[in-house]
Every structure is written in C-alpha cells, then in structure tokens.
Write a protein that binds this ligand. Structure first.
Ligand code: ARG
Ligand code: ZN
Length: 880
C-alpha cells in the first residue's frame, strides 16, 4: 500500500521527459509467488545529446533483481534502488543506450488489483493509471510512448492461454512443461496501456471485416462454461466497430482484438491496446442471470473501451490532468452509440438522471474539481463522474455550438493533427476552433472551472406589442480553491410552444440567439421575440443542452402543459420531473411540520395519463413513473436534510399516484405480460421496464405484495425476477413473502456471484436504520468477500451511496459500520476503499445531529495512522 506522503502534483509543473523509451522488450516468467520480469528498455535522451543528469524511473513496491546497461551489470554505486524508485547516477556518455532491469513480483499477493495480479487463478494486469510501475521500473507517464514486444512464459497446464497487446508473433513449447508466446504491438503506446493475460479460459471467436477490407479476428475470453454468456458482448463489439466507421470514419488497426473478462477488477473495464480487460459484469449476460440494465451496461462499456482505440490509444493524454481528453470524449461517443442503437430520448433522460445523481453532488460538494483538474494527490481518485460524465457533456456542448458538420470536421482535424501523440485539452479545442472558425475561449472555462452553474430564467409576454421577453441570468457558486468564478458560455436549446401545442416559429433579433440556441455568455441577458401574439410556453434547455441547474419561473399549469405537449421528449420529461420535485419538497416540509403530505390531483392524473399513453414508447412511460430519488430530493432541498422525512414524502407520493391510478395500472400491468421468447432489444426491455414500474406502484401498500410474489415465482428472466424481489424487500420488508423470496433467490443463485450482487444490493437498499445490522450480517455471509470489488461495492458501496435512511441513521450506526468496512477494505485495496468513501461527500447538507456524527466519523478515519494516499486524499478533501 502506498502510504500518503502529502505530495501534490500540479499541472503547471508539467515538463517533458528528458528521456524517451522508443522501444520496450518485456519477458515475463510467470509464477504465482515469484514472477520474474525482464525489461529491456531502449533509452534515448530527448535532446539527442548525451545526458548530464541522472535517470529516475518510477516503481511501486518493486524488488530489483538485476540491472545492466548495454549488457554490462551496473556497479552498486552507479544506481540507487528502492521499492518506489530507481535512480541511475552514472549514465554512458551517449544519446542512447539499452537498460536491462529484472524485477520480481508476487501476483498472488497483490490484493490492490493494480499491476500484475491473479484473479480466478489467472494472471492479469491493470496499469492505468500507475500500475505499470508495480511491474517494472519505468518512465510511467502517459507522454512516454514505446513500441512493445512481449514474451510470456508460463506453466502450460496452469496457463495454456498467453495474451498481450498487439498481434501474435510466435509461440511454442519450453522445457519442464512450460511454454511461451510472443506478442508485438506496432503502435507506440504509453505504459498504462500495457496488458497481459495468462491462464485457463474458455472463449468465443468471431471476425470483423473493416471498411477498407482488414480482416480482424475477435476473441472474448471468459471462465470455462460461461462462453454462451459472452455472445451479447460480441454482438455489441461488432456493432461498435461498424458504428465508429460510419459515424466517425474510424477503423480498427490490428489483426486481432481480444477481450478478457475477470471477476476481480477495480473499475468497469480497461482499453489496453488490442487486449481489453473487463470486469466480468460488463461481459457476461444471459436472460436467466442478467437484467435489461445489465445488457445496456455491457453494450455501453464494450463500446466505450473499443472507442478508446482512437480516443485514448491512437491519441493519448500528455499527462493525467488531461484525463478528460480521452474519458469525456469517449463517454460522449459511447452515449451517442447507445442513443443510435436504442431510443435517443430515453437514453438522454437516463444520462441526465445519472449526471444529476452522481456528478451534481460531486460538483456541489467538497470533492468538486474542474473537468480538467489542476492538482491531485492521488490520480486514481480523479476517475470521477466530473471527468467522465461532465466531460462528456462538455463535448456535447461543443457539438451543439458548432453543429454536427463542423463538429465532425473538428474531430477529423484532431485525428489528423495528433494521431500518435499525447495531447492536451488545448489541442482538442484548437482543432474545433480551426475547423469552425469559432472562438471557444470563453467556452473553455467548462474545462477549467468547477461547479454547476445556475441559470435563472423568467419570461414576460406583452400581447399588445406581440412581444415575448426572456430574462436570463447565470451564477456559479465558489468551489474548493476557486472563490472567484468567471462567466461561462452556456448553450441553451429552446422552443416556444403555442397554446395548441404546436411549435412557434421563432424570430429574435439578438446576437445571442442562433436558430434554436440561446448563447448565454453574460451575467444577464434579455432576449426579445417579436410577432408573438399568443402567449407561448417556454421550453428551455431542451435535450439538456447544458449541464446547469435551471431555475425557471414557471407556473405549475405551464409545466403540466409542457409535460403533455412539448415536442422535445426530454423537456417533456423534465417538466414532469420538476412537478414531482416541487410536490415532494412541499411534502417534505409537511412531514417536518408533523402533517401528512398531500398532492395535487392534477399531477396524479398526469402521471397516470403519461404511463398509459400508447403514443409513447413503453421505456419512456416507465421513466414518467420514476419519481426523483431520495438523493435528488435532498439535493434540491439543499440543506438541513432529514432523510427520514424525505422517505416519508416520497412514499406518500407513490401511494397517492397509486390510489389515483390503480384502476388503470393493474390492467395495464397484466396486458404487458411477456409473450414469446426473451429478447434483450430496447423495445422489449422498455415493455419490461414499464411493467416493473407498474408493479412497484400496485404493490406499494402494506398487504399488497401478492402480485410481486407471483411475478417473482413466474419470472422467466432476471429482469422480472429481481424487480419483483426488490418490490417485496423494499415495500414488504419482513413479511413472509419477502423473506421467502429472499431465501429462494439465495438458494437459486448462490453459485452465481454476479447475481448474488443483486441480492446484496436489494437488501442493502431496504429503507430504515435496521438495514445496518442486515449489512453487518451479510458481510459474514459465505458469498461475500472483502477482496472482491464487485462484492464490496454491491453490499457496502450500495448501502452508503443509495440508502439515505440507513447510512445516515440518526444514531450514527450506519457510519460506524461503514467506517469499519472502509478501513478493512483499505488494508487490501486502497482504490476501492477511497471510491466508496466518497459516499460522505454531501455530509454538510445534513441536519445538525447527523452532520456532527458524519464529521466525527470522517475525523476518526483521518486519525488512523499510515492511511493510503487514496483514502487520506478523499477523507481530507471531504472534511475541507
Ligand atoms: N480507462 C478506463 C476506462 O474508462 C478506466 C481505468 C481506470 N482505472 C483506475 N484504476 N484508475 O475505461
Ligand atoms: Zn474510459
């Protein structure tokens, strides 16, 4: 474990490396406890003249076995080796030389899952961000690109399969039952993209012919017996490859493309060149074990990692401050892919819900940072939803501002200029400026300033003059270490909806309006539309064109009107969601004042009408029934949060919607019953989503669990079964039906860890403080493992991030459990511990009693000696 030393890395300190490593030859003699790694590095000075300075290579928990330059062993006083650094003082008087280093590592003891480790008996690697230095000493920074040749040697019985980056060159037998394979990757790459896999795995194979005729062999490797479950991932891969050709003109560039699924993995997946390594949850699916959401997740992550081949690999990042250059852009690309494969408005709503649930609280709390940060203590803590999801929103805004044609031209120019390079956000923006002739200076602040801007909008209609006036105002609250903010360039897509529901032709004489986009660039902006005789309703931030918090002065009647008639389906959903939010906040205030929440009948009818509207896609209708989450409500309230009162208000609204619509919901639920075989396509998934949303309502009242119990028993796929289980466990907690279903689920799936994760999640999100002891007990269940990130995230992570009333239990018991768990995880895997510890990020918005308990919990963690840099960084920033 890397103990925190208080070191801070700063963007302004970036200097190009004085040394380059154009060529790297690696030989691995694989062994669970004693793997020998020989690295032959062709080192060059940047200047082409002999160097006068020393060579400093990064390491992390390494043991040096030998070191030589140009074949001659180095004298002991010529270098200094420690586990985390190798310094060579005496260099040859030459512009280039060969440095040969041997290190020894123990894959089996590597529980941090960074570097070379074992998972399910297989050898695997994870090198982003700084894992390569746990394999050998290197210039482990993304701007040092090298051509790799890798030789793997292993016991043939233990590891019949030997994979690395690039194309296979040669393989064959060795003495003592061992064998070898050689791989060569012709594309220079940074060390974080290195990978190897060695082990005994099953596979499925396919092939893809690229647009220009290259034949690519595709392989997906999974645990033996699970091959069939990789077929959907393979299908998604081929669709991704075609899509990138059609939409961005980008082709694959090697003869093989391999994907390996492993069960112990810190993140979602990794885009290693030609050898993507995945958390198995983003590869394995069949109808019996995966939900529709799992299928959608697989499609998105397969696409994401594949798309990195160009945005990340062919063009990589100059330094880790530029992480969003590859991540935000690649998320944008995978979002667009999923929108094209599925339903665009439904996908957009899902993206915005996720952004608000994860990125907004980050941006509005102590962990706020710019999309391109300027400093970090631990880079692994910056794989955040700000870098990824807000980073994607920023790319989307560039397309909104430029329009699709100039956006594509900018992307083309970016590839043309920077292919084979390690680039920066400035390079990226310059390509769009040059391709479009637009000035993106002010826009660039989206990369540099943290925080969610607030846009306040008011309208006034003057029927006599036939004028509509819009007043817009932007504000951006201070964030950590950024007290003064500059004005942003905010593109707001809008429309005016006439009383008959039609779209009004817009005429505005104003420099800030271009077609259907308002460019808000000043603090205040007033826009006058003429020829507007009838009073329209403003529909603004359509499609969520800008990731802002909108404060729109609009009556409930106008929102109801938009929820029924807006031609933009996102804006229609938004109008409904705003109505729900207002109703829930009023309900919350009522609960705090000891009275029962009450809700407008018109809203309840509207919810039912949308759910039953045959003119809308079922997936969209399911979203219309999805109320803001407890976290969303808390964020809108902002301060002195009492999670129990939020839960009561929300339960009250569910119950009111049910009572108003039960006569329609029950028959609709039955009409949607699955007929014919299972298909994971978006339309079928949408019908299941609507049916499950209806089930949650019709079974919401005490004593009304029968239908859920029946769906649980009759289910023919995991989407139906797990949804029914959640309804029973959440709405009928402790009843014989709920207990029976939970026990049955465990008995059916105890051999399926990814399904047991669902069982953990469902139990970890049962509302109420009693869940604290359930989670404690489940940590002793035989299927739980503190070493496995998926198990830890499903049980402990879900408890803290998605169960407001239990994690924030007023007596502090939720925090106590969580701190114990985080510290236990940290001993093995600091990255995962730090990630789940971000659950504390909104502690300051709690009511005073909980706030003080949360603060004490954070202080207690911070006082533990020898914390990892990962956890110390999160805890100290969270305390502020
Ligand atoms: N580049 C990977 C992805 O987005 C994420 C890997 C991050 N891993 C880490 N340990 N920080 O697809
Ligand atoms: Zn990525």
């Amino acid at each position: 474990m890397r103990v925190d030393q208080g070191q801070v890395f700063k963007l302004e300190d970036y200097r190009p490396s004085a040394f380059l490593i154009p060529e790297t030859k690696l030989t691995f003699r694989l062994h669970p406890k004693h793997t020998l790694v020989q690295a032959e590095l062709h080192v060059q000075t940047r200047t082409g003249a002999p160097s006068t300075s020393k060579l400093v290579l990064d390491g992390d928990e390494l043991t040096l076995r030998s070191i030589a330059i140009n074949g001659a062993p180095l004298a002991p006083d010529a270098y200094t080796a420690s586990p985390d650094q190798l310094v060579i003082h005496a260099l040859p008087n030459a512009a280039s030389f060969t440095l040969t280093i041997e290190t020894e590592v123990a894959p089996e003891d590597n529980k941090a899952l960074s570097g070379l480790y074992r998972s399910g008996g297989n050898y695997t690697t994870q090198c982003e961000a700084e894992g390569f230095r746990r394999i050998t000493y290197f210039l482990d920074r993304p701007d040092v690109l090298s051509v790799y040749t890798v030789r793997l040697e292993a016991d043939r019985a233990e590891a019949p399969l030997l994979l690395s980056n690039g194309n296979p060159v040669e393989s064959g037998p060795l003495a003592d039952g061992r064998h070898f394979a050689i791989w060569h990757d012709p594309f220079p790459k940074p060390s974080y993209l290195f990978a190897l896999v060695a082990g005994d795995l099953g596979s499925i194979k396919d092939s893809f012919q690229s647009a220009s005729g290259r034949q690519v062999e595709l392989g997906i490797y999974v645990e033996h017996g699970k091959e069939e479950r990789a077929l959907y991932a393979m299908d998604a891969l081929k669709r991704s490859m075609r899509w990138d050709e059609e939409v961005f003109g980008l082709e694959y560039d090697l003869d093989v493309f391999n994907i390996v699924a492993v069960s112990d993995f810190n993140m979602g997946a990794m885009e290693n060149k030609g050898l993507n390594i995945f958390n198995d949850k983003y590869v394995l699916a069949d109808e019996a074990t995966a939900t529709d959401a799992d299928y959608a997740g697989i499609e998105a992550v397969i696409a994401h990692e594949y798309f990195h081949n160009w945005t990340g690999n062919r063009i990589t990042c100059r330094d880790w401050f530029q992480l969003c250059l590859k991540e935000g852009l690649t998320v944008f690309r995978d979002h667009e892919f999923s929108a094209d494969q599925r339903s665009r408005p439904v996908k957009r709503i899902a993206e915005v819900r996720a952004l608000r649930a994860h990125q907004f609280p980050e941006d509005q709390g102590p962990l706020a940072h710019p999309v391109r940060p300027r400093r970090y203590r631990e880079i692994n803590n910056f794989y955040t939803s700000t870098v990824y999801e807000k980073g994607s929103e920023v790319v989307r805004m560039i397309r909104t501002i430029l329009g699709p044609r100039d956006f594509r031209r900018g992307m083309d120019l970016y590839f043309q200029r920077h292919d084979g390079e390690a680039a920066t956000i400035e390079d990226f923006l310059k390509a769009f400026e040059d391709a479009s002739g637009r000035d993106l200076q002010q826009f660039a602040l989206w990369y540099h300033q943290a925080g969610t801007p607030t846009v306040t909008v008011a309208t006034r209609h003057d029927p006599d003059k036939g004028e509509l006036t819009l007043h817009l105002e932007q504000a951006l609250a201070p964030t950590p270490s950024e007290s003064r903010k500059r004005l942003m360039h905010i593109p707001l897509e809008f429309g005016l909806v006439a009383p008959d529901g039609s779209e009004m032709a817009v005429q505005a004489k104003h420099e800030g309006v271009e077609g259907n986009i308002i460019h808000l660039r000043r603090r205040h902006q007033t826009i006058r539309f003429t020829g507007v005789d009838q009073r329209p309703v403003l529909s603004i931030n359509r499609g969520f064109s800008a990731p802002v918090a909108l404060s729109l002065e609009q009556t409930a009647e106008d929102r109801m009107f938009l929820a029924r008639f807006d031609g933009d389906l996102f804006a229609r959903w938004q109008a409904l969601t705003s109505l729900y939010t207002q109703a829930l906040i009023a309900g919350y205030r009522a609960v705090l004042g000891q009275s029962a929440p009450s809700f407008e009948p018109a809203l309840l009818t509207l919810a039912g009408d949308l759910a039953c509207d045959e003119g809308l896609q079922p997936a969209y209708r399911a979203l219309a029934l999805t109320l803001p989450g407890e976290g969303d409500i808390a964020r809108e309230i902002g301060q002195n949060i009492d999670p129990d009162a939020i839960l009561s208000a929300r339960t009250g609204l569910v119950s009111a919607v049910t009572q108003a619509n039960a006569a329609r919901f029950t028959p609709l639920y039955h009409a949607l019953a699955e007929t014919g075989g299972f298909s994971p396509d978006a339309a079928s998934a949408g019908r299941r989503a609507l049916r499950n949303a209806l089930l949650d309502y019709v079974c919401s009242e005490p004593g009304q669990g029968t239908l859920a119990a029946k769906q649980y028993q009759d289910a023919t796929n995991m989407t139906e079964r797990s949804a029914a289980l959640a309804v029973l466990a959440h709405r009928h907690n402790g009843t014989p039906e709920a207990l029976a279903a939970l026990a049955d689920f465990e008995a059916r799936y105890r051999a399926e860890p990814l399904v047991i994760d669902k069982w953990f999640q469902i139990q970890a999100t049962v509302p109420g403080a009693a869940t604290v002891s359930t989670v404690r007990a489940l940590m002793d269940y035989s299927g739980f493992s503190i070493d496995n990130p998926n198990r830890v995230r499903s049980l402990v992570g879900t408890f803290a991030s998605a169960n407001q009333t239990a994690f924030h239990a007023a007596d502090g018991s939720g925090y106590a459990l969580f701190c114990d768990a985080v510290l236990a995880v940290e001993q093995r895997n600091p990255q995962v511990a730090a990630r789940i510890a971000t659950a504390f990020r909104s502690w300051r918005s709690l009511e005073p009693v909980r706030r003080e308990k949360a603060r004490q919990a954070l202080v207690a963690i911070s006082q533990v000696p020898n914390l990892s840099s990962d956890l110390r960084d999160i805890v100290e920033r969270t305390l502020g």
